[in-house]
Design a protein around this ligand. Structure first.
Ligand code: LIP
Length: 272
């Protein structure tokens, strides 16, 4: 984690968020090392991982509460805690839980900051690859200390997309809608990836690694930070009904400028 020593704070908010993420990450990386051994245990690593998840969330809560006592919280494990002013932290302490559970090294800590109803800052930290994605409204988007810009690819045939595939917890309607979206997209694109962590899917759109990402039935804590980072990297974002009610519709489409409209034209009629 060499870059942590050199991280140049872009703002007071980002400084607080990055330091909280680094502190929580230390425990997650240690616990991830344990998961490998637990795969073969009778009970499996399930309880251990939920403990790791909660421990990370506790650290994030304590650090952020200490730094900004009046701010509220929306957390994946701890739920909603009202604050005394218009700021709210939106936290996923372990995005990519299923990856973590199976010993797959692709997960992240995601911290978003909302002022009123506007998302104004985001931090996504992948502790295994030691990649810290961060942005504050109007300040640009970065990974470690490098500026982020979305991809310049402007042909769907060259595009690589990310998504989330519905599974047992989803409905038959979600299965069929997703299948239709794939049927429409596959003949026109270069490929699809489903890596299992929405926050990193959005970070990778901001980094130009994907041209776009879409998903239905997604939670606020999975996407709050990534929305700010994609926008500050020059990307465009809507919900799958064409609006900006990501939390209410629990859906998202993020893309670079050239492919945003072509992908809206394909996907929105399917998810209407
Ligand atoms: C996960 C998301 C992923 C989605 C999974 C799950 P979690 O979040 O990041 O994109 O497809 O269903 O919601 O549960 O690992 O924090």
């Amino acid at each position: 984690m060499v870059h942590q020593l050199r991280i140049v704070s872009r703002s007071a908010h980002l400084n607080v968020m990055c330091n909280a993420a680094f502190k929580a990450a230390r425990g997650l990386v240690r616990d991830f090392g344990e998961v490998e051994h637990l795969q073969v245990s009778r009970k499996g690593p399930g309880d251990f991982v939920s403990t790791a998840d909660k421990k990370a969330e506790d650290i994030l809560y304590k650090e952020l509460k200490k730094a900004r006592p009046s701010y509220g919280f929306i957390m994946e494990e701890g739920g909603k805690i009202e604050g005394q002013d218009e700021h709210t932290w939106i936290i996923d302490p372990l995005d990519g839980t299923t990856n973590f559970l199976h010993g797959i090294p692709h997960f992240a800590i995601s911290i978003g900051l909302q002022k009123g109803t506007e998302l104004i800052a985001g931090v996504i930290y992948d502790p295994i690859k030691d990649e810290l994605f961060y942005a504050e409204k109007g300040g640009g988007a970065f990974v470690n200390e490098r500026r982020l810009r979305v991809s310049a690819r402007n042909h769907l045939a060259d595009s690589l997309l990310a998504t989330g595939i519905p599974f047992a917890l989803h409905s038959a309607k979600e299965y069929s809608t997703f299948q239709v979206s794939l049927e429409r997209l596959m003949p026109q694109i270069a490929g699809v990836r489903r890596l299992g962590a929405a926050s990193l899917d959005l970070a990778y759109v901001a980094a130009g690694r994907y041209e776009a990402y879409w998903e239905e039935s997604i939670s606020p804590w999975d996407i709050a930070a990534g929305v700010v980072i994609v926008r500050e990297a020059g990307g465009y974002i809507c919900d799958l009904h064409g609006g900006e009610d990501f939390f209410g519709t629990r859906s998202i489409l993020a893309a670079n400028q050239s492919l945003y409209q072509p992908l809206k034209d394909i996907l929105l009629p399917i998810y209407k």
